[in-house]
Design a protein around this ligand. Structure first.
Ligand code: FES
Ligand code: FE2
Length: 331
């Protein structure tokens, strides 16, 4: 037999949408700043469609897009108070997702409702959880929000699942090969702490293979769609959040939020200038990874000793809860 036909088998990691299921985690949908009070947006999500709106109470809400009357897309409707009104026959859906009134005054059918996703706003991004109830919370930065100056760039898209982006954190060796970080290989596995829904890694590196500044990093992967990098350069804190969305299987919306603590700068101008420096660094790092993410045909193949942490994270991804409770609403 030809040796080329005897590739070793590997244990696959489920891709998003396999068996019609998606990981039960928080997904990034849009920037908070793109959703002023009284507005509604439509977005593709989990291979279906959702409407995102902000009512008079200021709360962002995410609901299935298709009206249970005749299926009009609610994102072309409008917000009235804290409800969303369909453009077609003016049925109105309240904050609990139930139809509160019809345009004609006919009684509302008892089962007329849209699917309401648990929703939070964090890192300047609106998030929805794939489930009736969240299984875990998103993390917060370690500095109080009031101290932070931050900016969220418009999303770009990558042709990959978000969990593949998250694999970069336990894949510590790529920080040297792709990002030119200088650190000792010995002991890197020990810099990782696994949690029920994610992993943390605390490490030090010197940029440009030791020629650049030293940075202390604390990286948190929570669920499969958030990577929060906190660090300090020369004693000053910075944060970068990569918030990832999933319009459809194999496609990732990528929002980058960069943060500095204004109390560490002599003036607001100095904080803003430092923020711009870090925005440039985060953009550069994402640009280094992007051609790889955008073309990868990910499968865990021949892993080596240095891939131990990655292998353990892949095990977590295989066991990660998967479901699709909104399926009949968003399609
Ligand atoms: S389709 Fe929405 S009210 Fe008729
Ligand atoms: Fe990377």
């Amino acid at each position: 037999m030809n040796n080329n036909s005897t590739r070793r088998p590997f244990t696959p990691v489920p891709h998003e949408g396999d068996d019609g299921l998606f990981r039960q985690t928080w997904y990034a949908l849009c920037r908070s700043s793109d959703l002023p009070a009284g507005s509604v947006l439509g977005r593709d999500f989990l291979d279906g469609r959702v409407a995102i709106f902000r009512g008079a109470d200021g709360q962002a809400q995410v609901v299935s897009a298709y009206c249970p009357h005749l299926g009009a897309d609610l994102s072309v409707g409008c917000v009235t108070g804290n409800s969303l009104r369909c453009a077609f026959h003016h049925w109105e859906f309240g904050p609990d997702g139930r139809c509160q009134r019809t345009g004609t005054g006919d009684p509302t059918p008892p089962h007329a409702r849209v699917f309401k996703f648990p929703t939070v706003e964090r890192f300047g991004v609106v998030w929805a959880f794939n489930g009736e109830q969240p299984l875990f919370e998103l993390v917060e930065p370690s500095r109080p929000w009031n101290n932070l100056v931050w900016s969220t760039a418009p999303a770009f898209q990558l042709k990959t699942d978000p969990w593949i982006v998250c694999c970069n954190t336990p894949d510590w060796s790529h920080f040297a090969t792709v990002h030119r970080f200088g650190f000792e290989s010995e002991g890197q596995h020990e810099t990782l702490r696994f949690e029920e829904f994610g992993v943390r890694r605390t490490f030090q590196a010197q940029l440009e293979f030791g020629e650049g500044p030293q940075i202390d990093f604390e990286v948190t992967v929570r669920g499969t769609n958030l990577v929060l990098i906190e660090g300090s350069i020369g004693g000053q804190w910075f944060g970068v959040a990569a918030s990832l969305g999933l319009p459809r299987p194999g496609l990732c919306d990528f929002f980058i939020t960069t943060m500095v603590d204004r109390t560490e700068d002599p003036s607001e101008e100095a904080a803003t200038a430092r923020l711009q420096d870090y925005v440039a660094i985060s953009k550069r790092m994402a640009a280094e990874d992007s051609p790889i993410w955008d073309t990868i045909h990910f499968k865990p193949g021949a892993l080596t000793k240095s891939d131990r942490a990655l292998a353990r994270y892949l095990e977590q991804l295989r066991r990660f809860p998967r479901a699709h409770p909104s399926k009949d609403f968003i399609n």
